[in-house]
Design a protein around this ligand. Structure first.
Ligand SMILES: Cc1cc2nc3c(=O)[nH]c(=O)nc-3n(C[C@H](O)[C@H](O)[C@H](O)COP(=O)(O)OP(=O)(O)OC[C@H]3O[C@@H](n4cnc5c(N)ncnc54)[C@H](O)[C@@H]3O)c2cc1C
Length: 435
C-alpha cells in the first residue's frame, strides 16, 4: 500500500494517522465521493490499532459511548462482507467476572442502562458461568455478559479498512509524517508533511497518542496521558471459548488458530516524560481513585524526551520522530502474572507457553471518553482521538462520524458529549467505566 509517488497537491480532506479510526474515516469518505489522502508516519495499523487485545464490546464503559458502541457493533457484524476481507470476527460475546459484591453492584447498574438501550446484557449467576465456559474455575460471585459482543484481529481489521479505502480511490501514504497543519484566516488551509504540502480545507486528526502534539501548535491543548499496556500470546490450545473474558486479574480471547491473547485486567504502566505533569489537575481525580492500578516508570522515555526538547535538537525539529515510542517494552512481570492467573483459572486446558509479547501506548483522556468533533478555530479541524482503551471496538463508527463531519458538517449520532471544549468548560465527569 505504501507509495513513493509525489503527494497530491490538494485534497478535500487530509487524514492524519493510519490507525483504525483514520482508515475507517478514509473508507467512509471515499464512499461519500470525497477526495481524501491519508498520511501515516509509520505503517498502517502498527500503533495501538495493531497491538490491542481485539475486544469489541458494548459493556462496561461510559454510558455516553453506548449509542456509538451499538452502531459500531452493527458495523462489525457485517464488516467482513462489506470490506471483502477476513478480519477474524468472532461474535462470541464478552464476559466480565466479579469476586466482590461492589463489582456485582456495578454490573447490575450497568445492565439496567444497557437494557434501556435495547442491549442483550445480562448478569450471570455462578451456575450460568459454568454453563457458558465449562473450563472456568474460581470462586465467582457472578458475571456480566453481552452475547452480541465479539472480537477480531486488530491489524487485519485496520488494514482491511485501508485496502478498501484505497480501492475506492483514497491515497494512502505510509512512512510520511505530518509536520504541521497550516491555517489561513482561522481556517485549515494546508497540511505540511516531510514529503511536501497538501492544500486542503479539512484535516481529520486521528493520530492516536500523538494527536496532542499535532494540535498544540494550533493553540489546542488536548489533555491525554500515554498509558503502556502489555499483551502476550500463547501457543495454540484446544477450543476453550469464543467469549472474550475480562477477569479482575487477566483478560483474554482465543483466536481462530487456538492461540490466546492475554492482557492484564485493568492495570497499566506509565512511562514518565516531561508531559506527565501537563493537565495534572484534570487527571488527578481519576488517578487518586485508581492509583493501585498505575505503575510509574522513570527510564529511557524520560531521558529521550528531555533530549528531544533541547533547542536545536533533532527531536525538537521533528516532534513525531520519537523512536522510543514505536516499540514500547512489554512489562515482563505482568506477562508472568497474567499467564499464571490464566493457568489458575483454567487448570485443565493442557500445556501452554508464551510465544510472543508486546506493548502499546493507549491515549487516555481525563474522563476516559474520546474527543470527536470539530473545533471553533481553526475551522476545518476535526478531532477523532483519545479513545482511552476502547477505540478498536469504536473504530468503525468513529471513522464514519469523522467522515460525516468532514463531508457534511453534521453527524448521524449525537456526539456533543465528546466535544473538545468540554475540558475548557470544566464539563468533564469522572471516568465511568465499570471495568
Ligand atoms: C495493549 C492495548 C490493548 C487494547 N485493547 C483494546 C480492546 O480490546 N478493545 C478496544 O476497543 N480498544 C483497545 N485498545 C485501544 C485501541 O487499540 C485504540 O483505542 C485504537 O486502536 C485507537 O485507534 P486510533 O486510530 O485512534 O490510533 P492509533 O492506532 O494509535 O493510530 C494513530 C496513527 O497515527 C499515526 N501518526 C501519529 N502522528 C502522526 C503524524 N504526525 N503524521 C502521520 N501519522 C501520524 C501513528 O503512527 C499511528 O499509526 C487497546 C490498546 C492497547 C495499546
Amino acid at each position: 500500500m505504501a507509495t513513493k509517488e509525489a503527494l497530491p497537491g490538494e485534497a478535500d480532506v487530509v487524514i492524519v494517522g493510519g490507525g483504525i479510526v483514520g482508515c475507517a474515516a478514509a473508507y467512509y469518505l471515499a464512499k461519500r465521493g470525497a477526495s481524501a489522502v491519508l498520511i501515516e508516519k509509520d505503517e498502517i495499523g502498527r500503533a495501538q490499532s495493531g497491538r490491542n487485545w481485539g475486544f469489541i464490546r458494548q459493556q462496561g464503559r461510559h454510558p455516553l459511548e453506548l449509542p456509538l458502541m451499538i452502531e459500531s457493533n452493527r458495523i462489525w457484524s457485517g464488516l467482513e462482507r462489506e470490506l471483502g476481507a477476513d478480519v477474524e470476527w468472532v461474535q462470541g460475546g464478552n464476559l466480565a467476572l466479579a469476586t466482590v459484591p461492589d463489582r456485582m453492584a456495578l454490573f447490575e447498574a450497568w445492565c439496567k442502562t444497557a437494557r434501556e438501550h435495547g442491549l442483550d446484557t445480562n448478569v450471570l449467576t455462578p451456575a450460568e458461568l459454568t454453563q457458558l465456559i465449562p473450563d472456568l474455575h474460581g470462586e465467582w460471585l457472578g458475571g456480566m455478559y453481552t452475547q452480541s459482543d465479539g472480537h477480531a484481529e486488530p491489524r487485519k481489521a485496520t488494514q482491511a479498512f485501508a485496502c478498501a479505502a484505497a480501492a475506492h480511490g483514497v491515497r494512502i501514504v505510509e512512512r510520511c509524517t505530518v509536520e504541521s497543519i497550516g491555517t489561513t484566516n482561522g481556517a485549515v488551509s494546508e497540511v505540511a508533511t516531510d514529503r511536501g504540502t497538501i492544500r486542503t480545507r479539512m484535516a481529520i486528526a486521528a493520530a492516536g497518542a500523538w494527536t496532542a502534539r499535532l494540535a498544540k501548535p494550533l493553540g489546542l491543548s488536548l489533555p491525554v496521558r500515554w498509558v503502556r499496556s502489555t499483551v502476550a500470546r500463547t501457543t495454540p490450545l484446544r477450543k476453550v471459548t469464543d467469549v472474550g473474558v475480562w477477569a479482575p486479574s487477566v483478560a483474554f480471547r482465543q483466536r481462530r488458530d487456538g492461540t490466546l491473547n492475554l492482557g492484564g485486567g485493568g492495570w497499566a504502566d506509565h512511562d514518565v516524560t516531561l508531559d506527565s505533569l501537563r493537565h495534572a489537575r484534570l487527571f488527578m481525580p481519576n488517578y487518586l481513585k485508581n492509583r493501585s492500578l498505575f505503575q510509574f516508570h522513570v527510564g529511557s522515555p524520560l531521558f529521550a524526551d528531555a533530549i528531544a526538547r533541547l533547542p536545536g535538537s533533532y527531536g525538537r525539529r521533528h516532534p513525531f520522530a520519537a523512536k522510543w515510542a514505536l516499540e514500547p517494552a512489554p512489562n515482563p512481570s505482568k506477562v508472568k502474572w497474567t499467564f499464571d492467573e490464566f493457568r489458575r483459572l483454567f487448570p485443565t486446558v493442557g500445556d501452554m507457553r508464551i510465544t510472543e509479547t508486546w506493548a502499546g501506548y493507549i491515549d487516555a483522556t481525563p474522563d476516559a471518553i474520546p474527543v470527536i468533533g470539530p473545533v471553533d478555530r481553526p475551522r476545518g479541524f476535526v478531532f477523532a482521538t483519545g479513545f482511552s482503551g476502547h477505540g478498536f471496538g469504536l473504530g468503525p463508527i468513529a471513522g464514519r462520524l469523522a467522515a460525516e463531519l468532514a463531508a457534511d458538517g453534521k453527524t448521524s449520532l449525537d456526539i456533543r458529549g465528546f466535544r473538545f471544549s468540554r475540558f475548557a468548560e470544566g464539563a468533564i465527569g469522572e471516568p465511568r467505566s465499570v471495568l
